[in-house]
Design a protein around this ligand. Structure first.
Ligand code: TYM
Length: 329
């Protein structure tokens, strides 16, 4: 057993992932995979909280795995698996659900937003954060690399863990969200007051990792800015420019101050051109690797290895919970 700290994260396989997903979650895993014992999975059970076409979903699951590897997630350093391959997540989720209050779930910001958009939402949309808590608590992880939009859900997992531990005795580790300062929320390029999201109606504001590079250039060149002429970080008054600066520093490793200094005196066109170059350089590498991977069948072995590693761990946690709760014979 390794004594390294553990990290875990997951992404929903709902179409090509965005630059926001990449910067908020995947890039962090790539950064930390050397240092931590690292788990990353494909959250297909979370995807079905809203209706999915089965054929498309299957394709998206396989594509996301290739995206993970193309982005630099190393199958030798990570446990990579499909959530639904490990049936214990649902079992554990049910036991946790019975220790979670309706009030807590109905107060989650994401639930409030998504349920407002559709009157006919499923109960899975409400209980989604409990399944996420099960994903996290099953493996006793120390940190959960996520974007800022998932912070509330990771905090709820801590509340659920604490309640369970108090009621039934020490069972779960308390995990913390791991959120990079600059990547916390990459915003929509057309409406920089909203987060960049796959589900946005206007796709012009959303960069997908598998977008054609010339389309990416156009999207960045037509990003909303402001009527001033200074490349300065000020999210409140200059959300468009601040968002582009965040993207730029997330991909170059520079600080905000270094970037501001670099672009002092540049006009917005010159600045955007450089942001586009940096994004395209990063995305082109990912796309080249992705196109190679789709020709191979490497994913089968990776996912089998991941499943074989995680299922026994989850079984053990489930049995422990059952025993503590007095379930079974
Ligand atoms: P999902 O699929 O919506 O998003 C995947 C990851 O991308 C981050 N993210 C962003 N980060 C910065 N800027 C953005 N615009 C942006 N948009 C998305 C999200 O914060 C997330 O880290 N419920 C999760 C998946 C999940 C999970 C888990 C995550 C299921 N179980 C356990 C961590 C641990 C979700 O729907 O993420």
């Amino acid at each position: 057993m390794s004594d390294k700290k553990k990290i875990l994260t997951g992404l929903q396989p709902t179409g090509s992932i965005t630059l926001g997903n990449y910067i908020g979650a995947i890039k962090q895993v790539v950064k930390y995979q050397e240092m931590y014992d690292s788990y990353i999975f494909i959250a297909d059970l979370h995807a079905i909280t809203i209706p999915q076409d089965p054929v498309q979903l299957k394709e998206n699951i396989r594509s996301l795995l290739n995206i993970y590897v193309a982005c630099g997630i190393d199958p030798n350093k990570n446990k990579i698996f499909v959530q639904s391959d490990n049936e214990y997540h649902c079992n554990i989720s049910w036991l946790l659900e019975c220790n979670t209050y309706y009030g807590e779930l109905s107060r989650m910001t994401q639930f409030k937003d998504k349920s407002k958009k559709n009157q006919n939402f499923t109960s899975g949309l409400l209980t989604y954060p409990v399944l996420m808590a099960a994903d996290i608590l099953t493996y006793d992880v120390d940190y959960v690399p996520v974007g800022g939009d998932q912070k509330q859900h990771v905090e709820l997992a801590r509340d659920i863990a604490e309640r369970f531990n108090n009621k039934f005795g020490e069972t779960f580790k308390m995990s913390e969200p791991l959120i990079s300062k600059e990547g916390t929320k990459i915003m929509d390029l057309q409406d920089p007051t909203k987060k960049m999201s796959k589900s946005a109606e206007n796709k012009k504001g959303v960069i997908l990792l598998l977008d054609d590079v010339e389309v990416i250039r156009k999207k960045i060149m037509s990003a909303t800015t402001d009527s001033e002429m200074s490349v300065k970080y000020d999210p409140e008054n200059k959300p468009g420019i601040s968002n582009l600066l965040n993207i730029y520093i997330s991909l170059t490793g520079k600080t905000i101050e270094e970037a501001e200094e670099q672009f002092a005196g540049s006009n917005y066109g010159e600045f955007k051109k450089e942001v586009a170059n940096v994004v395209i350089k990063e995305v082109s590498k990912i796309q080249a690797k992705y196109n190679e991977l789709v020709q191979t069948n490497a994913i089968e072995e990776i996912l089998n290895n991941g499943r074989d590693y995680v299922v026994p761990i989850a079984k053990q946690k489930y049995e422990l919970m059952k025993q503590k709760m007095g379930l079974g014979r």
